[in-house]
Design a protein around this ligand. Structure first.
Ligand code: SF4
Ligand code: MG
Length: 313
């Protein structure tokens, strides 16, 4: 609710704060139990930061995080423990997110020691069960990360994320560094696991074609803000925000009849947000009001929300 995350920018010899990177700027977003919500935007749009805020891996500058009806924003590291077990992350880079000096068994065991009161024997059984669940054999547990391909490593990352039996899993571009040929295998695995374990997913991606099959709803982020949120089918069929239209026009195979909106230029720096609509510097439909007045996210009905002046005049 109303989440903000500003990172100070230091400069000069005294390393004083000379400005702020406004990574997340007033985001209100719900993730419904059991769904997959896609969070899409260009790099630098704030999507990873938002994911880290939700998991409390970062503290927000302002705003609230409400998990299962409880405001957990100001919980200490100790108080957050029982929640942390319920919320896990699958990281973008399986090569750097898994400690190369730990065996696969130890990597999966680590969160089990932290979160569950199990005997050594029970933990071993659970590790074997988790490896089978992600399609790896039990001998895998004696090996080390360097012995695996990217796709296998991401399976290990998934087993590690699932070991504490979370209900919410945030995937931060979990397949973007994998070969195209293994991307769909990992996505299928994630879908199967979602059904099997009743998981709720927040799936972060810069690529609308990756989230197309996975997600129930999609939120589009631009320069730290939500531009549009809608059920997947309405978003692809009836995108309202000019930025969403441009993103969809660039997805191969989606609605070729639609007039292509081309995205020119770059996203402005997150340390220097333009006044008015954050998208006005690139928007083909920008008009006077857009340069001065910030559009709020408004409800267009049927769970479709958009932040654009074209729908309020
Ligand atoms: Fe474009 Fe204006 Fe809508 Fe922003 S508010 S997306 S600049 S039309
Ligand atoms: Mg990122």
């Amino acid at each position: 609710k109303n989440l903000k995350k500003y990172f100070p920018v230091k400069g000069g010899i005294l390393k004083r704060t000379i400005g702020h990177v406004k990574a997340v700027e007033n985001v209100t977003l719900s993730i419904y139990q059991g769904e997959t919500l896609g969070l899409v935007g260009e790099s630098g749009s704030g999507k990873s930061t938002l994911g880290h805020l939700i998991l409390k891996l970062l503290d927000p500058t302002e705003g609230k995080i409400i998990f299962n009806g409880k405001d957990i924003t100001s919980y200490s590291q100790r108080k957050i423990r029982p929640y942390r077990k319920n919320m896990q992350m699958i990281f973008q880079d399986p090569y750097s997110s898994l400690n190369p000096r730990m065996s696969v068994g130890d990597l999966i065991e680590e969160p089990l020691i932290l979160h569950d009161r199990l005997t050594k024997k029970e933990r071993q059984n659970r590790i074997i069960e988790l490896l089978h669940t992600v399609g790896l054999d039990e001998e895998t547990r004696f090996k080390y990360p360097h012995e695996f391909s990217g796709g296998q490593l991401q399976r290990i990352g998934i087993a590690r994320a699932l070991s504490s039996r979370p209900s919410l899993v945030i995937g931060d571009e979990p397949v973007s560094l994998l070969d195209v040929s293994v991307q769909s295998q990992v996505l299928h695995l994630m879908s199967d696991l979602q059904i099997k374990f009743n998981l709720t997913y927040l799936f972060i991606s810069h690529d609308l074609s990756v989230v197309k099959h996975m997600c129930d709803r999609i939120a589009v982020m631009y320069l730290g803000r939500i531009a549009e949120v809608a059920p997947k089918h309405s978003l692809y069929k009836e995108p309202l925000h000019p930025y969403t239209k441009a993103l969809i026009a660039s997805v191969p195979g989606v609605d070729r009849k639609r007039e292509k909106v081309k995205l020119e230029g770059n996203m402005p720096s997150p340390s220097n947000h333009p006044a008015g609509c954050p998208f006005h510097t690139r928007c083909p439909e920008s008009h006077n009001r857009c340069t001065v007045e910030r559009p709020e996210l408004i409800n267009m009905g049927n769970d479709h929300y958009v932040a654009c002046h074209l729908y309020t005049e």
